[in-house]
Design a binder for this molecule. Sequence first.
Ligand SMILES: *Cc1c(COP(=O)(O)O)cnc(C)c1O
Length: 378
Amino acid sequence: MPPAASERPTRIVVDLDHLAFNLRSIRAHVGVPVMGIVKANAYGHGLVPVALHLQAQGVEQLGVAFVEEGIALRNAGVTAPVLVLGGIFGPQVAQFILHDLEITVSSLDKLRQVEAAAQALGRKAVIHLKIDTGMERIGVHSYSSRAFVEAAVASPWCVLKGIYSHLACSDDPNSPMTLQQLERFFDACSHIERLGAPMPIRHLANSGGVLHFPATWLDMVRPGIVLYGVQPDPASLRTIEVKPVMSLASQVVYFKVVKAGHPVSYGATWAPEHDTRVVTIPIGYGDGYPRALSSRGEVLIRGHRYSIVGRVCMDQFMVDIGQDSAFNEDEVVLIGSQGDDAITAEALAQRAGIIPYEILVGLNDRIPREYRGGSAER
Ligand SMILES: *Cc1c(COP(=O)(O)O)cnc(C)c1O
């Protein structure tokens, strides 16, 4: 159905049934609870609608990067447990506690800041300890984690709900790094065992871990990209059946014939050898469609695959359709399927020389999002 005149014809369609399918697939595969990662606007799919749908599907936990994302979830009525994965700033701690958000504690100093804020509010903070096992991003190094872990176990103002680390190389099924990280993680957990304290939830696996390394599943997994039906890396194995949640389409806004030798778009980087038909598509890097796809990207129109020619502009790009026909308002698929053909986020990323994450996350709020499926919960 064509969109209403007031709505931009370029749109992202988010298939909530595919999201639910992927969650079920992951669950059946790993057999442990799932923390659905919804940071960065749910990888471009829309933070609140995705979180609400995952919650309706009974996801055990949600994960975001920043406290602001967590607060947005609470303001939208999301009641599922939410862990903020990023490093904290002391002055923000009260906001975590007031919004019932779980805190990543990544150093002894930060543990003290959390305790002080919790005590001042008279309310316990729910925390997950972050152990660095090889990422060197945030977290206490596993080899010097003993005092940190012991202080957290002893803390009267913190509820120790989880302990976790992050995998650096799990996208590659052959990297030896992952099992090394797992060993280091067990070392950190052993400090809790030695105290005889109850073991909190141990979680380690991102999408790569979920796909490739069963030993990393432990008590909970933290898939992001695979939940959205996209593989983290060209080297990743399709060990779980998932379906792409996002599709992106626009419409032809202009048709013309370009004469042989007449260049197209900024910088005059491309010109046809023979007279050819060229259509213009009203989406560009101002929407987050990568400029790196200049003369490299492809789209589907009338069931055929065509190349982008010349540079992608801020709001438009051009496509060479040769001697074929296309008309104004014809559907143009940028991500998704049309006829028997499909363009995946993975394929687009490879053409652009970037990772699929950047494709999804880059598509910004200038593009309207439409939600399909999932009607049972709404
Ligand atoms: C982003 C993130 C994830 C999810 O990563 P994917 O590769 O998208 O599965 C998991 N854990 C942490 C700590 C993250 O920052």
